[in-house]
Design a protein around this ligand. Structure first.
Ligand SMILES: C[S@@+](CC[C@H](N)C(=O)[O-])C[C@H]1O[C@@H](n2cnc3c(N)ncnc32)[C@H](O)[C@@H]1O
Length: 170
């Protein structure tokens, strides 16, 4: 969904163990910055991407997506995969993502669509995780993206995945 990242300065929020970081770097991103609020996850991402850190192609920071620790208009692309459902203040995070993106830059968020189905044996995980998840309908995501200032907003979903994209106007 992010398209070509070749030569781009990319940001991932909620990077976890760093699998997506590896992909962005292998797709020739100029550099990647990644944020996670878990020191353990950040240590894993560091361990998996030591070479890129040493080569200064990867910068990892401990922090919260509600206060992204990079200056205004730093990145050409930003991505959030499998983490937006943890976010308690989604509009604040989208405003922050807009702030750190350059004019014309793209944002892609892949998350779980709302509303969640009723928990059942088939969806057993919803008994455990459901109450803690913050999920939003396509219309809600579209409205929050637009309120943050994003244009060319496209939100698509099936039963399990919601893919949201937008760009900062030129
Ligand atoms: C399920 S993992 C996904 C990791 C990775 N993006 C992936 O797709 O493999 C979610 C990650 O988001 C991080 N996270 C959750 N809420 C966060 C927040 N408010 N700020 C920064 N990181 C957060 C968690 O610590 C965790 O590492």
């Amino acid at each position: 969904m992010l398209g070509s990242v070749e030569g781009h300065r990319c940001l991932e929020i909620g990077c976890g163990g760093g699998g997506l970081i590896e992909r962005l770097l292998s797709q020739k991103a100029a550099c990647v910055a990644a944020l996670d609020h878990s020191p353990d996850m950040l240590a894993l991402a560091m361990a998996h991407n030591q070479r890129a850190v040493a080569d200064e192609r990867l910068q990892l920071k401990l922090g919260d997506a509600a206060e992204i620790p990079w200056p205004d208009q730093t990145f050409d692309a930003a991505v959030s995969a499998n983490m937006f459902f943890f976010i308690e203040e989604p509009q604040r995070v989208l405003d922050e993502l807009f702030r750190v993106l350059r004019p014309g830059a793209r944002l892609v968020i892949v998350t779980t669509p709302g509303p969640l189905p009723k928990a059942s044996l088939r969806n057993w995980w919803l008994y455990v995780w459901g109450p803690a998840l913050h999920v939003h309908s396509n219309a809600q995501m579209e409205s929050m993206f637009s309120r943050a200032g994003f244009v060319n907003v496209r939100i698509e979903s099936d039963d399990t995945l919601q893919c949201c994209q937008g760009s900062r106007p030129h």
